[in-house]
Ligand binder design. Sequence first.
Ligand code: FNR
Length: 376
Amino acid sequence: TTTPAQAALSTIPPDIRCAQDYERLAQQFMVLPHYEYVAGGCGRDITVAANLNAFALWAIYPRLLRDVTAGHTRLTLGQQTFHHPVFMAPVAFQQLAHPAGEIDTARAAQAMQSCMVSSTLSSVRMEDVATVANNGGSPRWFQLYFQPQQNDTLDLINRAANTGYSAIVVTLDASIQAASLRAQRAGFRMPPGCVAANLRDHSAPASITLSPGESRVFQGIMRDAPTWKDLEWLMTQTSLPVWVKGVLHPDDARALQNMGVAGIIVSNHGGRSLDGAPASLDALPAIRAAVGSSFPLLLDSGIRSGSDIFKALALGADAVLIGRLQMYALSVAGALGVAHMIKLLCEELEICMSLAGCATLKEINRGALVRCGASA
Ligand code: FNR
């Protein structure tokens, strides 16, 4: 007889051997337009490719004879502690991958003690995500997109605080929701049932009328885009730590640090916003240098394996966020798939650390890497 746990386990396809296998398999589990929406970047996918290449350009030195038997992957960021540095990036509309959507991701994150960052554009209300992930596990954070109406922005951050989200991550690199050419070419349309559930009670955005000579971009879709003043305002409206996501320039990083943000997420939105932006990994060392060695810094964009995570930590990140692999694993096997994907990434990282002679995350530094083609 099989136990429910065994029956559930049997839903993970046996040919998943590493976290990235979920990427390959997802193509059989999602309809093509949905897969293209998730996989694609924007424009000509130059930044999507740059993100992946950036990791391939670094190699990791094996180090010999070091005792790593007391090894662990714990870390502290501000007042919060985490069992491992593998966080779930904010990813919108997860019901595109699985009917349970964000509920299943939250269950997986909780089971695997991974910090989940819940998107403003979640297809499940943040209150419902909170009910499944409220007892134990890792901290849960809320990702904010500024809304055209200040009251609606306030509504989001107050609801997040009231339902136990312990930080606000404000994403600032996507004031324009750039459409993915791959998604458009595949005929992607948001299915009728899949909506931004958190925004359901908000007023509909005002329609924009442009005067002759006004730009559809500058005076049109960018009209309500946030500026430094809006971020200052936001920081007076919440007592939660505020992180900023989407930073690539060291001057922006320094300015944000001076404003008192809790931490920064080095990210190019997985290549989904400014096509031609540098790879996050390439931008990381200058940002680490700009903010100093102890300022909390996360990275995402292009992470597909534990050795990618190791490289990001070696170049200055404290932890990483996983975007697309989350959706791929969710599509293949729901909560179990996401939990399994996190477990695989953690194990891949631990193996990498062990062979590189690093017993803790703090021991992973620039000296652990060598640029491909160069020698020590
Ligand atoms: C995203 N991302 C994103 N970011 C954000 O701040 N709010 C959001 O709602 C979304 N939505 C979203 C949807 C989908 C389908 C994807 C693939 C990505 C960006 C995400 O948080 C993260 O920055 C990237 O996904 C990281 O790159 P990788 O891991 O996908 O390569």
